[in-house]
Design a protein around this ligand. Structure first.
Ligand code: ATP
Length: 134
């Protein structure tokens, strides 16, 4: 089966670079599965899990929004933040979730969207981080 190169980078670091079989992302217009030889494409990504299929296994990465660029030779994910399951600190994400939930009980208009995004990032990390053992 043919493969393609997937790179996941954040402003801070390269998180992932491997030859893979398929990647499934949460695009702003819905879920998108990319196989080898996909046509070039640029799309914005939501906060959500990214799923990587490789050698009959599936791996998840917690992505905090960004862009996906499908090029001829590879797929590049430019993520605001991205963590592999083993790098996720679940206690920190639980604390971030509680903080955002507390805030959203009495939001001030100005920061409501920010708190909602923080809540989504935390929930995404908790989900991806708890799948680390399969
Ligand atoms: P917190 O309030 O806990 O800082 P946050 O959602 O505001 O969470 P971000 O601004 O999205 O954090 O990320 C800042 C940096 O911290 C990024 O490098 C991100 O990968 C990392 N990060 C955030 N939360 C976690 C976590 N629970 N485990 C591991 N890394 C994390």
């Amino acid at each position: 089966m043919s493969t393609f190169r997937l790179e996941i980078v954040t402003p801070e670091r390269k998180v992932y670079e491997q030859d893979i079989d398929m990647v499934i992302v949460e695009g702003v217009e819905g879920q998108l599965g990319i196989l080898p030889h996909h046509i070039p494409l640029l799309t914005a990504l939501r906060i959500g899990p990214l799923r990587i299929k490789k050698d009959g296994t599936e791996e998840e990465v917690a992505v905090g929004g960004g862009f996906m660029e499908v090029r001829k030779d590879k797929v590049v994910i430019l993520a605001e933040t991205a963590e592999l399951p083993e790098d996720i600190d679940i206690d920190r994400a639980e604390e971030a979730r509680r903080r955002a939930e507390r805030y959203l009980l009495h939001p001030d208009e100005h920061d409501q969207v920010r708190a909602e995004m923080a809540l989504q990032r935390a929930i995404n990390r908790i989900k991806v981080g708890s799948h680390r053992h399969g």
